[in-house]
Design a protein around this ligand. Structure first.
Ligand SMILES: [Zn+2]
Length: 358
């Protein structure tokens, strides 16, 4: 079972011993593929934005909002935080906050999801916001962190609004926008209504993502794949309820972007398991992974769920995954990233072991 304690002679062992992960796992460069910018805002940054706009909010207030019993409560908090992102400079601040968090986790590559549907709802210019985001992201490049972006629509806003998100991506015309996705309330509008939106996303060269099977059933996952051509599934934990779907995901090598702490915090795991409450050890990640489904481990909304990438790997360890399996999963986050093969190899060579321990 892994190499726990194998770094006991290291001068940094006091830090390593606080984690059940092996020293050589902690030294690996990491990639993260399911990560929302708005959900990464630390309370300190939220307070900074609140002060800027004359909104009364202490750190304690923010932490209270960062606690939920179910998905719709979480959506309310997400809306409140994104209401404080009003100008391009605010988005730049958010990227700077997130970039520092990622560097501290030894992340060398991330695909950041931007709620462009929310920007449009608030009559903001995605082009101007994205210009500020890209400028802030570039400042991390020289420090060993490459960022790409996913333009995300909110499902409950409907297909017309989602099409406007794809059109915004087309206008931004940036190689850094690698995919289009849909998040939000997956129980609101049937997947088939978004067919044309995904077709258009494909035409302009974007990869296709969708949140499905988080609080919705396995049929949401199947429809995302078969009707919309989704290449990776956000969450997808409902797959555990449908053996034929598990086979399909494994055969077609469609990755699930698994975010364990998120599944606990909003009650999604309990819901899928038919329980009033669920523990991290009950998460189906080991079964899904050992069935041959690719898995990319992620934090989803790290600040809002009080987590980070290392914590998620520690969660996976608690579920019973062994060191070699955790390393395989870490590698998959590069293999299933929307970058070319040469970049995948180069990025995995680029991590600095020491920063994993900070
Ligand atoms: Zn998400």
């Amino acid at each position: 079972m892994g190499q726990r304690g194998s770094a006991a002679t290291s001068p940094l062992s006091h830090k390593i011993q606080s984690s059940p992960l092996s020293a050589d796992f902690l030294a690996l460069p990491q990639a993260e593929l399911h990560l929302h910018l708005e959900g990464s805002l630390q309370p300190k940054t939220v307070c900074e934005l609140a002060t800027k706009y004359g909104v009364s909010a202490s750190t304690q207030d923010v932490l209270q909002r960062y606690a939920y019993r179910e998905f719709l409560e979480f959506i309310e908090t997400f809306k409140w935080v994104s209401s404080l992102l009003r100008a391009p400079a605010d988005f730049a601040l958010a990227i700077s906050d997130l970039g520092e968090q990622l560097l501290a986790q030894n992340v060398v590559y991330a695909e950041i999801t931007l709620s462009v549907g929310v920007m449009l709802l608030r009559h903001q210019s995605p082009e101007k916001n994205f210009e500020a985001i890209i400028a802030a992201a570039e400042s991390f490049h020289s420090r060993g962190l490459q960022l790409n972006f996913v333009f995300d629509a909110a499902r409950q806003f409907g297909a017309d609004a989602a099409m406007k998100v794809v059109e915004a991506a087309e206008r931004c015309a940036s190689k850094s926008i690698v995919a289009f996705g849909i998040g939000g309330d997956e129980l609101s509008i049937p997947a088939e209504e978004f067919r044309q939106v995904y077709e258009k996303a494909g035409v302009i060269g974007l990869h296709k993502l969708m949140h499905a099977g988080e609080v919705g059933g396995p049929e949401e996952i199947r429809q995302a794949i078969e009707l919309l051509g989704a290449e990776r599934i956000g969450h997808g934990i409902a797959a555990i309820r449908d053996p034929s779907l598990i086979d399909l995901l494994a055969e077609r090598r469609i990755p699930l972007e698994i975010c364990p702490q998120s599944n606990i915090r909003i009650g999604a795991l309990a819901k899928q398991l038919g329980l009033s409450e669920a523990q991290i050890e009950q998460h189906p990640l080991p079964q899904l992974f050992r069935h041959g489904i690719p898995v990319v481990l992620s934090t989803d909304d790290p600040a809002m769920f009080h987590t980070n990438l290392r914590s998620e790997y520690e969660n996976a360890f608690r579920m019973g995954l062994e060191d070699a399996e955790l390393k395989r999963i870490a590698k998959m986050s590069f293999e299933y990233a929307f970058i070319d093969e040469n970049a995948k190899v180069a990025l995995q060579r680029s991590g600095k072991a020491t920063s994993a321990l900070s």
